[in-house]
Structures are given as structure tokens and as C-alpha cells.
Design a protein around this ligand. Structure first.
Ligand SMILES: Cc1cc2nc3c(=O)[nH]c(=O)nc-3n(C[C@H](O)[C@H](O)[C@H](O)COP(=O)(O)OP(=O)(O)OC[C@H]3O[C@@H](n4cnc5c(N)ncnc54)[C@H](O)[C@@H]3O)c2cc1C
Length: 457
């Protein structure tokens, strides 16, 4: 048994936890980072990074099939899933090694094992008591299911989907949100028949409705089937496959059912309630400065209600370390955190949707401009369609940007800068975008909103 004392103890080494640890150590604090599995958490090992590797492999398959369109003769010979796995694992392993090295170089003590909060200042790991002047809870999330829908056999979550050693011929995907559409996109590119079941009226339902509709058109064009607005009722499975029944009686067959209905907070049986931390439906409740109701105990990442995204976790972690150090960091609202869906097509957005902006400022107090990527040279060159929609307050700042099309995820940096800096289109319209880039589409939208459209009617 060896008890250890730190300035900060972080429970969970995912995006939120390791960011808190890195920033706290940078600020001169001693840090103990407790991790039961691998530092990097869901994002590095089971989420962002490996899924984007699969999406890249899917893109390569599509480009190969369509290469004749660009004057390149090639034959698509199929997808070697073992080689895809090797590529995916190599990417993750390399980033994991880099992260471990960084954590070590910053002088952070990593404590391997499962931790349990036993007091406002201490976490029990096996026989050891790890004590901190401040404690940061960062235990992340798990794939949720629906009541009565058991995961097992041919009914899988994203964790098993990632590690499949075969490509399903036919697959049913429950959930048309980010994770559901990303896997659907990969499988379709690899040749599977895909059927999505979404209970809400739209795919990517958290996006501006105009974007969701364009997304649905794009998926339909790709031959990805989906049913909207009807809820899942039941699933049966046997040696051959699954049969999924919806509440309206429709049935869909597939080799697998991927359950992608969201992620729940990993907070059960970790001592949080016993120590008196306020929990609501499993989430840790904090104030806007990420402090729990127990002084000195903070929470970051997916266990805090709101967007469940890695970069929100990073920002939370940095914020809490700076808060503990007394630097009074600025609060960033969830609405101003960029979101990217990395399917084909990509969707990228930040700020208010048109409906939310109208609700907040009044429909007659906002103006929007929707720039069609058909007018953008680079988009034509790479063969994508889509649009960039910018919403401003009249005589006021840009409050929302919503984009769809191949590679638009790479444009979100500029969009989030404009929204978070509360830029007026008139200010940013004078700044120059290189030609030909997809970034020009944003520039064109700013120009149009400033009353001087260039490549637009
Ligand atoms: C398939 C998929 C794709 C995704 N793609 C993206 C994407 O492209 N972009 C994006 O921004 N986000 C994406 N996400 C979401 C992203 O992964 C999460 O938002 C992010 O990982 C949350 O970070 P976190 O630190 O809160 O939790 P986690 O990353 O879940 O980390 C929590 C860590 O705590 C550890 N832990 C838990 N309990 C204990 C305990 N008792 N003791 C010790 N250690 C413990 C866990 O082992 C884990 O390492 C994706 C998620 C999934 C599932």
C-alpha cells in the first residue's frame, strides 16, 4: 500500500481528464492521473480516431471506384478488412504512444487501476489512497441502449462495430445521429446495404433542418436507406441475422443491428453519490465553471450534461486546471463549440441554427445567406456538392454557420472563430481567402451578408 498526495487528482484519462492533467502540470501543479484502461480514453481508442481511419479507408474505396471520372484508370478490387484493421490500429497505437510520452514528459504521475471517490479529496485505487487538494472527475461515457434492447450476438454497439473482422452484406443501424451515420457511411462505401432507423423526423437531427434535409438527399443518392419518425419496437436474432421491427409494423433484416442511440455517463458505483455529489440521470451536475456542489471537486467531459465531444472535453480540462490555478478562464457555451459529422458528405456547424437564432433574436432581426458549393471551384474539382449557410443578426455579428459537403469539416476552424469572436460579416468580408479553396465559400457568404456578393447572383 502506498498513499500519494497531489495538488490535483484526475479520475479518468480520456480527453477531458488528460487535458486537465496536462494543463495543471504546465501550471506547476503536481498531478495524479488515474486510469483503469488506456490514457486517451474513448476518443483515441474507441471513438474519434479509429472511426476517422475507417472513414478515410471508405473514402479511398469511393475514390478508387470513381477514379475514371478524373481520368485515372483503376480497378476496385475490394476491401481487405485485415489491412484496414492494421492501418487503424497503427494510427491509434502511434497517437497512444505520443500521448503517453507527453504525459510522462510533463511529469504527471499515471496511476493504473480503477478508482473510486471516497472523500471530497481522495480516490481509492486498490489498496492505495490517492489524495488531492482538488479532484477532477472525468470518467467519460459508455454506449447506451434502449430499455429492453439487449446488446449481444448480432446486436452490437460502436465498440464491436469498430472491431468487426468482416464487412456485413446488410446492416440495420438504429440511430441517425453522428455515430449512426458515420458507420452507415463507411459500410455503404465498403459495399454493404444499409438501413437506418431514426425515431426523430430527420437524420443528423441536432443540425439546422435545412442541412439535415440536404444530408438526407445525399444519403438517398448514395443508396443508404432510412426510415424517419418511427420508433424501434423489437429485434430478434438467429445464426443468419437479425430482424428489426418498428412500432408501425415495418420490418428490416440484416446481418447485424448497430445500436447507436447515444452515450450515457459513466458515473455509477464510483462513490460520487456517497460523497454527496449532485447527480441527475447519471450526469454530474456542475455550475458553469464546472464545479460540483462539493467544494474542490470538478467534473469534465461526457459526464457533464451537454455536447459529448472530445474537443469539449479538452476545453473543459484546460478550463478546470486554470480555474484551480486561479486564472479565471472564460466560459465557452456549448452552443459555440463546433460540431463535425465525418460521413460522406460531412456536416460541420457552430452556433445557432436558423430556427434557434429566430427564436432568440426574432425572425425579422436575423438574415441568412446560403452559398451553394456549386459556385465554388475547388468543390467542383473534388466532385462535391453542398452548401455553406451563415446566419447573422441584422447590423450585428455572425451567430451561426452550417455547412455540408465533402471536407467541410476542415472549414469549421474559421467558422468557429467568426462566431466566437462575434465577428460582423463586414469585418471578415474584407479578409482574403486563397483561391481556389473551399474556404472561399465562407468568404462568399460573408461578402453576401455584408451586401457585396462576388461570385453569387
Ligand atoms: C464511435 C465514436 C466516435 C466518436 N467520434 C468523435 C469525433 O469524431 N469527434 C469528437 O469530438 N468526439 C467523438 N466522439 C466522442 C468522444 O470520444 C468523447 O466525447 C470523449 O472521449 C469524451 O471524453 P471524456 O474524457 O469525457 O471521456 P472518455 O474519453 O470516455 O474517458 C474516460 C476515461 O476514464 C476512464 N475511467 C472510467 N472510470 C474509471 C475509474 N473508475 N477509474 C479509472 N479510470 C476510469 C476510462 O477508462 C476512460 O479512459 C466519439 C465517440 C464514439 C463512441
Amino acid at each position: 500500500m502506498s498513499d500519494q498526495n497531489f495538488d490535483v487528482v484526475v479520475l479518468g484519462g480520456g480527453s477531458g481528464g488528460y487535458a486537465a492533467a496536462l494543463r495543471a502540470s504546465q501550471l506547476g501543479m503536481t498531478v495524479g492521473l488515474i486510469e483503469k484502461s488506456k490514457v486517451g480514453g474513448t476518443c483515441l481508442h474507441l471513438g474519434c480516431i479509429p472511426t476517422k481511419a475507417l472513414l478515410h479507408s471508405a473514402e479511398v474505396a469511393d475514390v478508387t471506384r470513381e477514379s475514371a471520372k478524373y481520368g485515372v484508370t483503376s480497378t476496385f478490387g475490394g476491401v481487405d478488412i485485415a489491412a484496414v484493421t492494421a492501418y487503424r490500429e497503427e494510427v491509434v497505437a502511434s497517437k497512444y504512444k505520443g500521448l503517453q510520452g507527453l504525459i510522462k514528459a510533463r511529469g504527471i504521475t499515471t496511476i493504473e487501476g480503477e478508482g473510486r471517490l471516497v472523500s471530497p479529496t481522495s480516490v481509492q485505487v486498490g489498496a492505495d489512497l490517492i489524495t488531492g487538494k482538488n479532484v477532477v472527475l472525468a470518467t467519460g461515457s459508455y454506449s447506451r441502449s434502449l430499455p429492453g434492447l439487449e446488446i449481444g450476438g448480432r446486436v452490437i454497439t460502436s465498440e464491436q462495430a469498430l472491431e468487426l473482422d468482416f464487412i456485413p452484406k446488410k446492416v440495420v443501424v438504429l440511430g441517425g445521429g453522428v455515430i449512426g451515420v458515420e458507420f452507415s457511411s463507411v459500410w455503404k462505401s465498403w459495399g454493404s446495404d444499409v438501413q437506418i432507423v431514426e425515431a426523430l423526423p430527420h437524420l443528423v437531427p441536432n443540425e439546422d433542418v435545412a442541412i439535415s434535409k440536404q444530408f438526407e438527399r445525399a444519403f438517398r443518392k448514395r443508396g443508404i436507406a432510412f426510415s424517419l419518425g418511427v420508433r424501434f419496437q423489437s429485434v430478434t436474432q438467429n445464426d443468419e441475422g437479425v430482424v428489426v421491427t418498428l412500432e408501425d409494423g415495418q420490418t428490416f433484416e440484416g446481418e447485424l443491428l448497430l445500436v447507436a442511440v447515444g452515450r450515457g455517463p459513466s458515473t455509477a458505483n464510483l462513490g460520487y453519490e456517497e460523497v454527496g455529489i449532485t447527480i441527475d440521470r447519471g450526469f454530474v451536475i456542475t455550475n458553469e465553471r464546472l464545479a460540483t456542489n462539493i467544494p474542490g471537486v470538478y467534473a469534465v467531459g461526457d459526464i457533464v450534461p451537454g455536447l459529448q465531444l472530445a474537443h469539449r472535453g479538452f476545453q473543459h480540462g484546460i478550463f478546470v486546471a486554470e480555474e484551480i490555478a486561479g486564472l479565471a478562464p472564460v466560459v465557452i457555451d456549448d452552443i459555440n463549440i463546433p460540431k463535425v459529422t465525418y460521413s460522406d458528405p460531412e456536416v460541420a456547424s457552430v452556433g445557432l441554427s436558423e430556427a434557434k437564432a429566430a427564436e432568440k433574436y426574432g425572425a425579422d432581426q436575423i438574415s441568412t445567406y446560403d452559398y451553394n458549393l456549386a459556385g465554388n471551384g475547388k468543390s467542383h474539382i473534388i466532385g462535391t456538392s453542398g452548401s455553406v449557410k451563415v446566419i447573422r443578426v441584422k447590423e450585428g455579428p455572425v451567430v451561426g454557420v452550417h455547412m455540408i459537403g465533402a471536407r467541410v469539416g476542415e472549414l469549421i476552424g474559421e467558422a468557429q472563430l467568426a462566431v466566437n469572436w462575434e465577428a460582423y460579416p463586414e469585418d471578415v468580408a474584407t479578409l482574403i481567402h486563397a483561391h481556389p479553396t473551399q474556404n472561399e465559400a465562407l468568404g462568399e457568404a460573408f461578402l453576401a451578408l455584408a451586401g457585396k456578393p462576388l461570385h453569387a447572383f
